[in-house]
Ligand binder design. Structure first.
Ligand SMILES: CC(C)(COP(=O)(O)OP(=O)(O)OC[C@H]1O[C@@H](n2cnc3c(N)ncnc32)[C@H](O)[C@@H]1OP(=O)(O)O)[C@@H](O)C(=O)NCCC(=O)NCCS
Length: 180
């Protein structure tokens, strides 16, 4: 278990899957905004990689996010696209609707930075998010990520092309525990 101030990141448990499926992946709008691939239903019990962890996949480390107090499941987080040559990776996260807006997202990003920089020895972390996703932008910026560019009309989301913002953080600029 990796611990932050408010949340912990632990392995995916079997009984997390129906909750994440119902509250995150079956929400077509949320899925279309958060995923780079098009929404399609996930068959219950399937081994879809968004829910079921493939421990052989070295480039993708998925976590379930739980509240520090009580251990309630609040969402999902991952380090993906881990590149051991360039020592970089991407960050992704999604919280259950009832868990949003409580500072958990900011804390999840902090814990993923600790995992990426300290546990894995990476030198660069990257986040891509829709330009109107203020909660994600702020969660990243609180942890020192800077906006490096706008990917114009790069995401097809529910009938329109939207801009994405690319944010990056280098290990030498990372200040653990500091909230900007
Ligand atoms: C994006 C997400 C992970 C952020 O986590 P969160 O716990 O809701 O965010 P926090 O509570 O840590 O808030 C971070 C900042 O965003 C702001 N914020 C939170 N919700 C907001 C909203 N709906 N609109 C605008 N700003 C918002 C907070 O005020 C805070 O900024 P501040 O400290 O400057 O006031 C979460 O909202 C989520 O899971 N959303 C749906 C899935 C998603 O978008 N995933 C990311 C895909 S790239």
């Amino acid at each position: 278990m990796l611990r932050g101030d408010k949340v912990g990141l632990r392995a995916r448990h079997e009984d997390d899957i129906p909750v994440l499926l119902a509250e995150l992946y079956d929400d077509v709008v949320n899925s279309s905004r958060a995923e780079s691939r098009p929404w399609r239903p996930i068959t219950p019990g399937s081994k879809d990689s968004r829910l079921v962890v493939d421990d052989q996949d070295q480039a993708h480390v998925p976590f379930s996010v739980v509240e520090s107090e009580g251990g309630t499941l609040v969402g999902t987080a991952s380090l993906w696209g881990i590149d051991s040559h360039h020592r970089s990776a991407h960050i992704g996260l999604g919280l259950r609707p009832s868990a949003r807006g409580k500072g958990y997202g900011t804390d999840v990003v902090a814990v993923l930075c600790h995992y990426g920089f300290v546990v894995r020895g990476l030198q660069r972390l990257q986040i891509e998010t829709l330009a109107d996703n203020n909660a994600m932008l702020r969660s990243a910026e609180h942890n020192g990520f800077v906006r490096e560019g706008v990917l114009r009309s790069s995401a097809w989301v529910m009938g329109e092309f939207l801009d994405e913002v690319l944010l990056g953080l280098l290990v030498q600029d990372w200040k653990p525990g500091a909230k900007a």
